[in-house]
Design a protein around this ligand. Structure first.
Ligand SMILES: *[C@@H]1O[C@H](CO)[C@@H](O)[C@H](O)[C@H]1NC(C)=O
Ligand SMILES: *[C@@H]1O[C@H](CO)[C@@H](O)[C@H](O)[C@H]1NC(C)=O
Ligand SMILES: *[C@@H]1O[C@H](CO)[C@@H](O)[C@H](O)[C@H]1NC(C)=O
Ligand SMILES: *[C@@H]1O[C@H](CO)[C@@H](O)[C@H](O)[C@H]1NC(C)=O
Ligand SMILES: *[C@@H]1O[C@H](CO)[C@@H](O)[C@H](O)[C@H]1NC(C)=O
Ligand SMILES: *[C@@H]1O[C@H](CO)[C@@H](O)[C@H](O)[C@H]1NC(C)=O
Ligand SMILES: *[C@@H]1O[C@H](CO)[C@@H](O)[C@H](O)[C@H]1NC(C)=O
Length: 490
């Protein structure tokens, strides 16, 4: 008995400290946890352990009605609300990217339903990419999406969602045909091209500023019977800045007219001593061979390569480094990192000087206990499906763009984060910006960089003002507001 009293006192003081949030969630019959729960520390640890934000509570709804009740409770308690699907946000955005939010965790809302008649899949926001790929494949179907199996469809679809099949099928967002969404006033609405069309437009590029998407309906594609997995690596003992610039500019030149079946990125690591051009081709070996011949005629012969026909699922496993796509058998891991992105317009090719500067910056001293990689993903060019959509057709604006580049640095030993590590990657991006002074670069919100200056223009370009008009109408009180959301935040 003696132990129970202090525990109860703690429980009640936490309840009062959160302005009646807990009783409200409790009355609504929702499962939730607060700081007193034993699993709190684990459940509030972000995927990116460089960042830590403390929610007021985490709620685990099982229905859209439950999400609606949770939103109403948060509004009553004067708190911001943040949806968390897979939890892989680079900025811990699922945890609100600030302290004190009510986190709506989609752990218990991850159903994947495929309708064989319409070939549409309705997928709840908590479903993870690996499980989605396996479930759809069982029906002979597929979607274009990113590589990491533990990423949730919620955030991935909300801001883009690129994979090697995206030049054929579009971003994950582009395959969405309707969404179910809970708004700031708790109403549950559907949005598609002919219902709440403005909300549908905003939900493809900036969804979390407007509501909580509980489920997406996607138009699926027939899963390819096979694809061609390939990797060409250029890895002289010391890849000179000139050689690096030559390979990258040849790849850029190839990308301008590459067929949409070609899913490719240039991946740089190993202190810049290796550049790999790899991915998979959505077609036959014979046709792959033709386009690969064009590519290699420009780059020169690689130092190492492989080319293999693979099943659809095997290719997805291989681009994930060989690990299983099934996320139900092992729990997710954590990593400590900083990343940023640049998106380059097709009309402004990266100059050779900027690529040489970038390569020079690879060799600068790195704080010990860190490793990095840089990627040039080919999104546009040729007949890419991503570029076939006008830049004002979705809130995501970067359609006439060639590369989305990611600059990613992570800890290999635990310890306090060194600001020099952040600076190291900022300098890489800066080399490209400085070397292309006329170019208006964008950035990709799924590689969200909480330190990015000018993010409104870089993420949303000409679409920002239209987003802000709608945000004022549907969330005038900023219930969904967080750093780098649409609205008066910075
Ligand atoms: C959190 O703790 C409370 C009080 O012990 C309990 O009722 C609730 O089920 C716990 N929540 C979770 C998600 O474990
Ligand atoms: C969030 O809360 C934690 C724990 O109380 C605190 O250490 C941290 O400084 C807070 N962060 C911000 C941005 O206020
Ligand atoms: C994917 O689907 C194909 C065709 O239905 C099937 O042969 C294959 O076994 C499936 N792969 C996995 C890993 O389930
Ligand atoms: C393309 O096919 C030819 C003839 O079979 C072969 O010699 C060449 O290595 C292939 N090229 C690629 C890039 O696969
Ligand atoms: C880079 O240099 C190559 C010659 O090595 C040239 O063909 C190409 O046009 C240059 N790229 C740019 C963007 O100037
Ligand atoms: C790094 O990039 C800058 C441009 O931002 C350039 O001036 C500098 O020379 C590069 N550093 C190296 C070591 O090449
Ligand atoms: C909730 O907000 C939406 C969007 O602003 C509005 O259309 C709807 O009428 C509101 N519903 C209620 C019950 O106030």
């Amino acid at each position: 008995m003696r132990g129970v009293f202090p525990a109860l006192l703690l429980w009640f003081s936490a309840v009062y400290a959160s302005h009646g949030l807990a009783p409200c969630l409790s009355n609504a019959g929702l499962s939730f946890e607060i700081a007193q729960n034993s699993t709190w520390a684990a459940d509030t640890t972000a995927f990116n352990t460089r960042l830590h934000y403390v929610p007021s509570a985490i709620v685990y709804p099982t229905t859209a009605a439950g999400v609606s009740s949770a939103v109403k409770c948060a509004v009553q308690a004067g708190m911001h609300v943040s949806p968390l699907s897979g939890g892989h946000s680079y900025s811990a955005s699922g945890f609100g990217a600030q302290n004190g939010s009510l986190v709506v965790n989609f752990r218990d809302m991850s159903n994947i339903m495929h309708d064989a008649k319409t070939q549409q899949a309705t997928i709840q926001s908590g479903a993870r990419l690996g499980d989605v790929a396996l479930a759809l494949n069982a029906s002979g179907r597929a979607l274009a999406h990113g590589v990491c199996p533990y990423v949730g469809v919620g955030g991935h679809s909300a801001f883009g969602g690129f994979g090697y099949s995206s030049r054929s099928w579009g971003l994950l967002m582009d395959q969405v045909i309707s969404v179910e969404m809970v708004l700031a006033n708790g109403s549950i609405v559907h949005a598609s091209s002919d219902q709440n069309a403005e909300l549908f437009w905003a939900s493809r590029g900036a969804a979390p500023s407007f509501g909580i998407i509980t489920q997406y309906t996607y138009q699926t594609h027939q899963a390819p019977s096979s694809v061609v997995r390939f990797s060409f690596s250029f890895s002289n003992p010391s890849l000179s800045p000139q050689k690096f610039a030559h390979v990258l500019s040849a790849y850029q030149d190839y990308g301008g007219t590459a067929p949409k079946a070609m899913g490719i990125s240039a991946n740089v690591w190993d202190s810049g001593r290796t550049v790999e051009l790899g991915g998979y081709y959505m077609g036959s070996m014979v046709n792959f061979n033709k386009t690969a011949t064009d590519l290699l005629a420009k780059t020169g012969m690689p130092d190492g390569w492989y080319v293999q026909e693979r099943s659809w699922i095997q290719a997805l496993v291989e681009v994930n480094g060989g690990s299983s796509l099934d996320t139900t058998t092992a729990s997710d891991t954590h990593t400590t990192f900083y990343a940023k992105s640049l998106v380059s317009p097709i009309a402004s090719p990266l100059s050779n000087k900027s690529l040489e500067w970038l390569a020079g910056n690879f060799t600068k001293p790195l704080p010990s206990g860190y490793a990095w990689f840089t990627q040039f993903e080919l999104w546009g060019g040729g007949d890419s499906a991503i570029s076939s959509i006008p830049s004002t057709a979705t809130a995501y604006p970067h359609r006439s763009h060639l590369f989305t580049m990611q600059f990613y640095i992570y800890q290999t030993q635990s310890g306090l984060w060194a600001e020099d590590a952040t600076g190291f990657m900022n300098d890489q991006a800066e080399a490209l910006v400085d070397g292309n002074p006329q170019t208006v670069f964008g950035a990709y919100a799924n590689y969200i960089d909480p330190e990015l200056a000018g993010w409104k223009d870089m993420y949303y370009a000409g679409n920002y003002d239209r987003l802000e008009v709608l945000r004022k109408a549907v969330d005038p009180d900023g219930v969904f507001m967080k750093p780098q959301s649409i609205g008066p935040s910075s």
